[in-house]
Design a protein around this ligand. Structure first.
Ligand SMILES: CC[C@@H](C(=O)O)C(=O)SCCNC(=O)CCNC(=O)[C@H](O)C(C)(C)COP(=O)(O)OP(=O)(O)OC[C@H]1O[C@@H](n2cnc3c(N)ncnc32)[C@H](O)[C@@H]1OP(=O)(O)O
Ligand SMILES: [Co+2]
Length: 134
């Protein structure tokens, strides 16, 4: 069911500083910031030869990454995003196995303009999983 790793996301408290670190210190290509109020984050993507790194900063009072950063004030790896061909088929398979889909369970449009779903970290060894239909 799983395809490529689309991105690994890192939650940060200061997106400008993280962007400077990835572009300046690490010499990577970093996209311009994109505010996604419907997801409660501002995001940039670090383009790597084999995948992407998503740097996330909280946006708004109800950001889903706020509690994570309260617990990890230096930032940290927040989720891993796997590609799937058919997100509703993936959801049916996973819920049939007892996995919990977060939110209202319906795919939402993510940062790449494609449908995404999140799976509860407690069902996957303490790792929050995002699925993106490609
Ligand atoms: C840019 C758009 C999009 C894209 O296209 O790429 C994105 O990536 S948006 C990214 C941000 N969006 C989300 O994360 C949406 C899904 N997340 C959630 O619904 C919530 O964050 C959550 C995972 C349900 C956690 O909610 P929260 O209110 O923080 O609950 P708790 O703090 O009580 O956490 C419960 C439990 O889970 C542990 N936890 C929380 N987050 C993570 C994490 N990222 N990785 C691993 N574990 C996590 C948390 O520590 C709690 O554990 P216990 O303390 O043991 O109870
Ligand atoms: Co993501």
């Amino acid at each position: 069911m799983l395809g490529r790793v689309n991105h690994v996301a890192i939650a940060v408290t200061d997106l400008a500083a993280a962007t400077e670190c990835y572009s300046g210190t690490l010499g990577a290509k970093v996209s311009s910031p994109m505010a996604l109020p419907e997801h409660g984050v501002t995001v940039v993507f670090v383009e790597l030869p084999n995948t992407k790194i998503e740097l996330l900063e909280p946006l708004g009072e109800t950001s889903p990454i706020r509690a994570f950063l309260d617990k990890n004030p230096s930032g940290g790896i927040h989720h891993i995003c796997y590609e799937v061909e058919d997100i509703k088929a993936a959801r049916a398979h996973l819920t049939g196995q007892g996995a919990r889909v977060l939110g209202d369970g319906e795919p939402r449009i993510g940062a790449h303009g494609k449908p995404v779903l999140f799976l509860h970290p407690k069902d996957f060894f303490g790792t929050l999983i995002e699925l993106e239909q490609v």
